[in-house]
Every structure is written in C-alpha cells, then in structure tokens.
Write a protein that binds this ligand. Sequence first.
Ligand SMILES: [Zn+2]
Length: 297
Amino acid sequence: MSQEVLRGVYAQLSRAVERRDWAQALRLVDLLRQQLQDPAQLQKLESYRRQLESYRQVQGDPPPPQWPLLHKPFIGDFPVTNLFDHDLPLGKEDGNGRFVSGQGQVWTPSPQHPCGKSDGHAGYDWAMPVGTPILAAAPGRVTVARPEPEFFCPSLSRPVRGLRVRILHEGESPGGIRLETLYAHLSQIRVHEGQRVAAGEVIGLSGESGCASGPHLHFEVRRFDQTNSGQPAPVDPYGWFGAGLDPWSIHPLGAESLFLWQVGQAPSLGACWQAQQLPGLPGHRPAALERFKRRGG
Ligand SMILES: [Zn+2]
C-alpha cells in the first residue's frame, strides 16, 4: 500500500469516527493493522481498536446519514455500456489501464469490453435513441444547463461542446449529504439554471452531443460532504459490492459510495451485473447481490 493510499485510509478513518460509524472505523483499523510493521505503532493501533470496540458497544451503530435518494433518470431499460471506475474515476488524469467495477472486478478497459470501455469513467452510460426524455433523479436546483466549454475530443479528432445539465440535491435533514447529478451528451435542454425541479421531471432529451461515439446518456453522481479531500468527489450510485475496501473510498481524492436508488428505481445493469458472464473475473459476493435485488435493482 503506497503512502498516498495510506493517507486515504487515515482520511476515511477520521470521517468514519466523525460520523460515529464504528463498524467502518474498525474495518479501516484492521486494514491498517495489516500494513504497519513498527511494533510501537501496532501497539497504539491495538489500544485504539479496543477504544473503538467499546464505543461501538455503548453507542451501537449510527442511524444512516440522510441522503437524497435517486429516481430512475429515464423510463424503460437501456443497455449499460460503461460503469463507474472505482480504481480512479478521474477521466484524463487516469489512463492507468486498470478498471475496477463496483463488484470489485479488475480488468483492462477496451472498446470491446461490454461494461468498462473507458478508463477513469466517473459515471454510468446507457445507450439510448436520440430524443429519449431524461428525468431529474431527485428534487433539486438546476446549477448548469448549457453547452460545456469547448474541448478536443480524441476519439472524434475534433473540438466538441456537449449539452449537459447538473442538478444540486440537498439532504432532507440538517447534516444531510448534498449530491449533484450530471446528465451529459443531451440533444436538447428543457430547464434553465436556477430552476427548481421535482424528481422525475423532464430536464432534456438524450443525444450524442460532445465527446460521444454514439447516442447515450452519461449519468454521474458527485457527493459534496464527507469526502476525503473536502472537495466534491464522484461516487458510484450503485455503491461498492466487492470484497475488501473500495479503492476509491480510500483514495485521497475519493469518497465512499453507497447504493442510492429508491426501491425499484435502479436502472438495470443487465449483463454488467452478472459477474459470471464477464470473462476471467472473480465471482461476486452472493450476500451483496441479494441485498441489491431486495432494494429493487
Ligand atoms: Zn460516460
């Protein structure tokens, strides 16, 4: 584990303690325990662990934080063509040729891969016909409803300006988590900046504007609170189902991902959820799969 990742683990640990999530704090301490070699540091960690255990016994597990829960951003089902890269979902800054899905599978992204074609992808892509109505995933305020700044798209070898909408969603209670959802490659925008929208309201039509190789919706979720850097960070709205810790949750720029869909509202991941259909990858964890199914995914 590199120094950088170690710093991410410490940041995540302090966040877990801050929100009194003792179970998560203990998991992180156990991860640190495997990494440290210095006996004095290990001894300190042991006594810290005992302290956390006693807090957990007295206080129990905390109520889950208030998150805005998401509504499906379109009607019907469309094939997923790209997942969230838990390795490093930072687009151009990534390029390390490694993709980690929310189920913990690792592969090399390629145009042929059914589910993870794009290294550093920060959201989900669903292929859909141009003109499909795109819906607000939660109540909120439109913060961006305009073409993005022009930039050079390598796959199209020309400058592009896609149409996109961003919506800010506040948690329902004080101390709730703020999220932003982003809808990209639209063909039409039907809202204006500053407008309040309800969940399920039409905000635009899907398209293939910007750096897109075909008609699809790029959907992204960013969380604003309790991130490792204190800055907004993209998260996976399907959460993390892999064995061990989510690499993005312990990255210095990362944040923990939780399953954020309302019951019955998670768009189907089709074959991209069926781990056993992906070539050469370890299987998923059945318990996590059951939990996912119960929540309506
Ligand atoms: Zn995308």
